[in-house]
Every structure is written in C-alpha cells, then in structure tokens.
Design a protein around this ligand. Structure first.
Ligand SMILES: C=CC1=C(C)c2cc3[nH]c(cc4nc(cc5[nH]c(cc1n2)c(C)c5CCC(=O)O)C(CCC(=O)O)=C4C)c(C)c3C=C
Ligand SMILES: [Fe+2]
Ligand SMILES: [Fe+2]
Length: 321
C-alpha cells in the first residue's frame, strides 16, 4: 500500500503579538538555541536573561508594530497563504500541507500532529531557507527530531536541506526581478542582501556563504548582468562578533559617495516578507541610503505566495513523491 504523503512547510517563527512580552517569549526561545548562538550555555544564559531580554524586546516590539497587519505578523500570514496555495497546487495528489515554525506558533509539533491526524505517514519537510545554514536549516531539523522523540510510531521523513542553486528556483527568483524591472520600466544596481551569520560559523564549516554566493551568481547570470551591475551583501547583524561581510548597511552608506545613487534590493534568504525585509531593508536601510545622498532605493518583494514560487515548491514536492 502507498504511504500517504504530507508536506511540512517550515519557517523561522515570529512573536504572537507585537508587544514587549510576546517578543520576549519569542526571543528567549530563538536566542537560547545553541544552533543560533553557540557561546557556552551558562555564560550566554546569564547575558541573555540578565541584559538582552530586558532591553531588546521593547525596541523590537516597536519595529514589529510598524509591519503588523490585521492578519498579524506577515511572516505567519504569508506562510499560511503559501501552504493553502501549495495544497491547492497539489490537490490532484490529495497532499495536505501544514505550516510549522522552529520557534513560536504554529509549532512544528502542532503541524506534525495535524498531518498525522490526516493520515499522513510520509512527511516531506521543506524548510523555506533556500540557502543552507546550521543556524536555520539544522535548527529546524533539531525540532523535528525532538518532536519524534515523543512519538512511538514515526512517520517516514524526507528533509529538503536547501535549494540555493535549483535551476527552477533560480529561474523563479530571476524572473521576479525581471518582472519588477519591466513593471517599473527601470533597472538599477542590483544588491542581493542575504541575512548574515557570524563569520566564525563559516570557518567551522557552515556552507551558508557558499550557498548565498551561488544563488546570487546564478541569478545574475540568468539576468545577463555584468559584474558592475550587481553585488552581494549581508544584513541583520546582531552582537559584537564579526559577521559575513560586506555589511548591507555600511555598503548602502558608502555607495552614494562613489556616485552610485540608485539601487534595487532583493533578499533571497527570505522566502517570505518579514521584519528583516519590510522594516530593516524597506524602511531602515532605505533611510541610511537616502541620508547618505542616495536618490532612488527600491525593495523587490520576496517570492511569498506568488504563483511561480508555489509552482516551484509543488515541483519540489512532486520530485520527492
Ligand atoms: C543572533 C543570531 C542570529 C542568527 C545567526 C540569525 C540567522 C538567520 N536568521 C534568518 C531569518 C530570520 N531572522 C529573523 C529575525 C531575527 N534574527 C535574529 C538573530 C539571528 N538570526 C533576531 C534576534 C531576530 C529577531 C528580530 C530582532 O531581534 O532583531 C527573521 C524575521 C522574523 C519575523 O518575525 O519577521 C527571519 C525570517 C536567517 C535566514 C538566518 C541565517 C541564514
Ligand atoms: Fe535572523
Ligand atoms: Fe534586523
């Protein structure tokens, strides 16, 4: 008898509300994960609970308030849109799709419960991180593994660990940029801004930087861009350690002084628009660029639930049936 397949779409997670209290709960779970911050646990917990969780939630809650919608956090509401659209795209195979977040709600465990309730015994887990990183992809796997520890009967599991250079993904991403340029009638310097990670993690073997470089180069090649027409940077640095460089904010501050006054940003590490794109890139970094003398700054939206993105995800699922 064939196994019944189901899809678990995974993303990072987001607070339940844009309040300091809810943000504190979310950051506590997220920043306590040793995959994300690998300092000695006892030392880090003193810093986290003693300083960071008393200062950061207020500031970050304010940032969340600027992007919150009637549907709640964009990361969560767009993830549900993706799941509904993907389930529809897979309807001929009757494959249920559920959303699970590594931190916060809906949890990965609740998503696995729902799939099992629907009779699924073969789960295809897709962390929506095109570029592999231990900080995100492996962290998601850890949560699945932990969930499985409480189950007597384990479903089959297929885990898609990255798709940074999948030809169809490159095509969909490149075409979304092309369409943006066609609709606006203009093309500026293209800045690929990926979420950063500490440089040390790459030295320890994380393939994230190589994956980011591959995505950016493949998309630039698809678009026929020469080396002066695109660049790669890393955003969202946290803490005092050196992260992957060049930094997005420092680069945007510098670009206008070199005569580069117009820029288009795309953030391929984010499959879904979220705090780091809608606030940090589309607002905060825009001000950095314009204040430094830049003239035109545009953010190209994430792939979100765009039909071409959903079609790519459904191909990824079908290839794993
Ligand atoms: C401090 C360490 C962090 C690492 C390493 C990191 C890697 C990483 N994160 C994403 C995707 C997202 N990060 C988001 C928010 C966010 N990230 C960090 C820290 C690290 N991320 C923090 C503290 C926060 C919360 C906001 C803040 O306090 O500044 C989000 C957005 C969530 C939302 O609710 O909208 C995403 C998505 C990737 C892809 C990545 C490494 C590859
Ligand atoms: Fe992050
Ligand atoms: Fe940020």
């Amino acid at each position: 008898m064939n196994n019944k397949k189901g899809v678990l779409l995974i993303n990072l997670g987001t607070p339940d509300a844009p309040t300091p209290k809810a943000v504190k709960t979310y950051l506590k779970a997220f920043l306590s994960d040793q995959r994300v911050i690998d300092y000695p646990k006892w030392l880090w917990q003193i810093i986290l609970r003693g300083i960071i969780l008393n200062v950061r939630p207020r500031k970050v809650a304010h940032a969340y308030q600027t992007i919150w919608t009637e549907q709640g956090s964009p990361l969560r509401s767009i993830s549900y849109e993706q799941a509904n659209a993907l389930q529809l795209a897979l309807s001929e195979h009757a494959i249920p799709v559920e959303v699970g977040m590594t931190y916060g709600n809906p949890s990965i465990s609740s998503a696995i419960d729902k799939l099992i309730e629907k009779g699924v015994d073969d789960i295809i887990a897709i962390p929506l991180y095109p570029q592999y990183s231990a900080t995100t992809t492996a962290a998601a796997f850890d949560v699945i593994a932990k969930d499985f520890m409480r189950r007597r009967i384990l479903p089959n599991l297929r885990f898609i660990n990255s798709y940074s250079h999948h030809p169809e993904y490159i095509k969909v991403l490149a075409q979304s940029i092309e369409q943006y340029w066609q609709q606006t009638g203009k093309q500026h310097l293209l800045m690929f801004s990926f979420h950063g990670i500490p440089k040390r993690y790459v030295s320890l073997g994380d393939t994230y930087q190589a994956n980011c470089q591959q995505t950016a180069r493949d998309v630039a090649d698809y678009l026929g861009l020469n080396n002066n027409q695109w660049m790669l940077c890393y955003q969202s640095r946290v803490g005092k350690e050196e992260w992957l460089q060049p930094y997005t904010d420092k680069t945007l501050e510098h670009l206008p002084t070199t005569g580069q006054k117009c820029v288009d940003l795309v953030c391929p590490a984010f499959s879904v628009d979220c705090l780091e794109t809608l606030e940090e890139i589309a607002e905060e970094n825009k001000s950095v660029f314009l204040d430094a003398g830049g003239e035109e700054y545009r953010y190209i939206p994430a792939l979100n639930a765009q039909p071409a993105h959903i079609e790519f995800l459904s191909q990824l699922v079908k290839a794993n049936l």
